[in-house]
Design a protein. Structure first.
Length: 98
């Protein structure tokens, strides 16, 4: 869970090269995995587990991008949302995939 540890909040995040693109890519990847999971009703449990694990990874990556590229209240809000999504995905994996 060390991946989830974010650096302390900054007032003004430096605009790092690639942040806009990385944020867009991360959002698209998370949305694609959400859509994939929603479309998997009635399929093999192993396929659902694989998709849930991949979703977990995409959310962790998106959280890391937000931690680096955002600042202020937007950063804190997004990190909190990602933390909740990571916890839910982790719980789903533990409940269905072990």
């Amino acid at each position: 869970m060390a991946v989830l540890a974010a650096p302390p909040a900054r007032q003004d995040a430096p605009h790092l090269p690639g942040c806009d693109r990385n944020q867009a890519d991360a959002s698209a990847s998370v949305a694609a995995m959400q859509a994939r999971i929603k479309s998997l009703s009635g399929v093999d449990r192993s396929e659902i587990c694989t998709a849930t694990r991949l979703y977990f990874l995409e959310v962790v990556k998106a959280r890391a991008v937000a931690a680096l590229c955002k600042s202020g209240t937007e950063r804190e809000r997004d990190l909190g949302r990602f933390d909740v999504d990571v916890a839910h995905a982790n719980e789903a994996i533990a409940a269905r995939c072990l």
